[in-house]
Design a binder for this molecule. Structure first.
Ligand code: NAI
Ligand code: MG
Length: 368
């Protein structure tokens, strides 16, 4: 297979700062593991607007469609707040997700042992936690028609429509079952089949995909509200959770906070397989552009580095190298290296963005 290609879109605010550390990691894999990537870099968000008057140029969009994986930092910032909606930085990201048809959003909630005390839950509830929420990203109530604020009689009515086709449900279910096969082989599907027809269809289709294509994966169903309770009560009961766009938005944020800081959370958004068998893919940290700390070398690069680990695993089938990178992060945390967002005691000196990146590189070196 030809050299895997990566398009890097650092974006705005802390995006370029954390991406600089990811570049160190990519270079390390090239130099020390003989894993070369064909890396190109381009603009997205406010940075693209400043250069081209649009948050994502057609040329960049075209490149994103060609490469094996896109790695994005973050977009947005207060200087762009007054821009017209059509050219807001976020529109660049939305265009990528829409035109690449990234229907499966993977949000891991993984608890690094050294950070277990960061959780709002007790240590034994979260330590060792490793679950994956798969959220449907391109359909459901955020997209369904009719929508809008209408007038009915003498008052207004706000309308959104939850709408899922069988094929939309089936493809995200497949993506969850495929993931489960590489993990602990268990999927829990969440909807509200007790009160929503779309939930009844969701449950039926997930069960059918399971029975016909993945009978060896353990499947359970849960109402999404009960799922929220169970996530807080005993999250380790789950392996992969698959759910719709709206419930996934809420449940993935709940799961994220089980494990602590925004600066630690990666994500992946996957689409259909390309000609070479790899899925269309965009990897990005969950956090935004953090204008309050941008330009100060304070940002935690770990979320973006762990997003690259997800790329190694899900785009390039390099699970062992992804494990190596995650273990390096775990080790650095265990050594007590902390960026400011991970500090608990006053008076300790936090590591800078670059120091955190360098510590991860040193741990990678030590892994050889
Ligand atoms: P944010 O995630 O940028 O920041 C929230 C808080 O977390 C801030 O106090 C920030 O300093 C801190 N934080 C975030 N990432 C961090 C990191 N890596 N290391 C250390 N601390 C970190 O969310 P906020 O403030 O709501 O939004 C700021 C801008 O980012 C807005 O323009 C928003 O639209 C945009 N945004 C972009 C996203 C994206 O590109 N995917 C996602 C969320 C927000
Ligand atoms: Mg959300």
């Amino acid at each position: 297979m030809s050299t895997p290609s990566l398009l890097i879109l650092p974006g705005d605010g802390i995006g370029p700062e954390v991406m600089a550390e990811v570049r160190k990691v990519i270079d390390w894999f090239g130099a020390k593991r003989d894993l070369a990537f064909d890396v190109s870099e381009d603009l997205v968000g406010g940075a693209a607007y400043d250069a081209h008057g649009v948050p994502l140029s057609d040329e960049t969009m075209e490149k994103a469609q060609q490469v094996d994986a896109v790695l994005l930092g973050a977009v947005g910032g207060p200087q762009y707040d007054d821009l017209d909606f059509s050219v807001k930085p976020e529109r660049g990201l939305l265009r990528l997700r829409k035109e690449m048809d990234l229907f499966s959003n993977l949000r891991p909630a993984q608890c690094f042992d050294a950070l277990a005390d960061f959780s709002s839950l007790k240590r034994d509830v979260v330590s060792g936690l490793d679950i994956m929420i798969v959220r449907e990203l391109t359909s459901g109530v955020y997209f369904g028609e009719p929508r809008g604020i209408m007038t009915e009689g003498n008052e207004r009515v706000g309308i959104n429509t939850q709408r899922y086709t069988e094929s939309e449900i089936a493809r995200v279910a497949r993506s969850a079952f495929e993931l489960a096969k590489r993990r602990d082989n268990r999927v829990c599907s969440m909807e509200k089949a007790n009160v929503m027809e779309s939930g009844i269809l969701w449950r039926e289709v997930v069960q059918k995909v399971h029975d016909e294509e993945y009978p060896d994966v353990e499947l359970s169903h849960m109402y999404a509200d009960a799922g929220g309770m169970q996530l807080c009560r005993w999250p380790k009961q789950f392996d992969v959770i698959v759910t719709d766009n709206l419930f996934g938005d809420l449940l993935s944020d709940v799961a994220a906070m089980l494990t602590g800081s925004l600066g630690m959370l990666p994500s992946a958004s996957l689409g259909a397989p390309m000609a070479n068998g790899r899925p269309k893919a965009l990897y990005e940290p969950v956090h935004g552009s953090a204008p309050d700390i941008a330009g100060q070398g304070k940002a935690n690069p770990t979320a973006c580095i762990l997003s690259f680990a997800m790329a190694l695993r899900y785009s390039f089938d390099l699970g062992a190298e992804a494990d190596r990178l995650e273990a390096a992060v775990e080790q650095v945390l265990a050594q007590g290296v902390r960026t400011a967002d991970l500090m608990q005691a006053e008076g300790d000196t936090p590591a800078s963005t670059a120091e955190m990146g360098d510590a991860i590189i040193a741990a990678l070196d030590a892994s050889l």
